[in-house]
Design a protein around this ligand. Structure first.
Ligand code: PBG
Length: 332
């Protein structure tokens, strides 16, 4: 690369850091509420919520409350929400049939939000873990996670969500072939305008711990997810996955977790140039909140800084539990 900077003192880079207005003029990236997808947790009942101890400030909400949250988020300029159900234990079975019931929590919530707050883009999660007796994202046979049988179930789940009115489906299961199978089912069932934001580079991460508490899957989970989620040591493999998911019909790509994987975000965006999202996951949120609660970090500063860094890395947007708080600050 040619040098673009003359030597000191001809060039003094501090000249462009002199004042807030000059810094604003030369700022390379911006963060706005448009960048956020807000993940929320659903629970049964009416007009109620329960806090999630490992995620201070986050709660599971009944559908009526989530609808109110959707209206609030829309007023804040947040374009999209992603729904995660806390399924009652009696609805978790070996065949995971609740996953494609038109009346499961997610599908009820999709309809309720689209009825009351139609401008809100509703995203879902596709994986069997909230409905599976053993906490895995796929069917388990003798300790093995079955790929193709799981994909058949995921297709049914996807169609039920599309039928309920979901705008974006988020397959988070990491089975092979699921994007193509879901895309062709959507096409043949008249849901050609439903988008897929694939959890493409999803790593087998320790940072999902608090989320598994939130959806009640931690106690149930036997073993780990390393035979389907990616090895944190790998980067080339993420490129192969992105290429494959795009060929199979994904509209957008996700990297997950976020902060420790910014190199992957940047590679995906610079190699493929497609809409790229990062998930700042539950453990990243918990880590920041724990330090803030101890008085060790300034919450507002590190929240906005961490979110801006995703933009700098090339992300088009971020799934973040901070969405409403950050939007409130950004709106002034
Ligand atoms: C389920 C799913 C997980 C998350 C999103 N979808 C957990 C997992 O894979 O175990 C994690 C989100 C977070 O930690 O915030 N397949």
């Amino acid at each position: 690369m040619k040098p673009t900077v003359a030597p000191y003192p001809t060039s003094r880079l501090r000249r462009l850091r002199k004042s807030p207005s000059i810094r604003a003029m030369v700022r390379e990236n911006t963060l706005t509420p448009d960048d956020f997808i807000w993940p929320v947790f659903l629970m049964d009942g009416e007009d109620d919520e329960t806090p999630i101890p490992s995620m201070p400030g986050v709660r599971r909400q009944t559908i009526d409350r989530v609808v109110k949250s959707a209206a609030m988020a829309s007023d804040l300029g947040i374009p999209a929400m992603c729904l995660f159900p806390y399924t009652a234990m009696e609805h978790r079975t070996e065949d995971c049939a609740m996953a494609w019931s038109p009346d499961n929590l997610t599908n009820q919530a999709i309809r309720a939000i689209k009825d009351e707050v139609p401008e809100m883009t509703v995203m879902t999660d596709i994986a069997l873990d909230p409905y599976n007796i053993n906490g895995h994202d796929g069917y388990v046979d003798n300790g093995e996670i079955l790929n193709d049988e799981t994909v058949d179930a995921l297709v049914k789940m996807a169609l039920a969500q599309a039928e309920a009115g979901a705008d974006i489906l988020g397959p988070s299961d990491m089975m092979d072939g699921r994007i193509g199978a879901i895309r062709s089912a959507l096409e043949s069932e008249g849901h050609q305008n439903v988008a897929i934001l694939s959890y493409t580079a999803k790593y087998a991460s320790g940072f999902y711990g608090p989320f598994r508490d939130a959806v009640g899957a931690s106690g149930a989970l036997k073993g780990d997810k390393k035979t389907y989620q990616m090895d944190p040591a790998n980067s080339e493999e993420a490129m192969r996955l992105v290429e494959r998911d795009l060929m199979e019909g994904a509209d957008m790509i996700m990297v997950k977790p976020g902060m420790p994987y910014l190199d992957i975000c940047q590679r995906v965006k610079s190699t493929f140039g497609v809409p790229t999202f990062a998930y700042q996951v539950s453990g990243e949120y918990a880590m920041i909140q724990a330090a803030v609660q101890n008085g060790w970090l300034d919450g507002e500063k590190v929240m906005l800084e961490s979110l801006m860094c995703f933009k700098r890395a090339g992300c088009d947007g971020i799934l973040t539990y901070f969405a409403p708080e950050a939007a409130r600050i950004l709106n002034g």
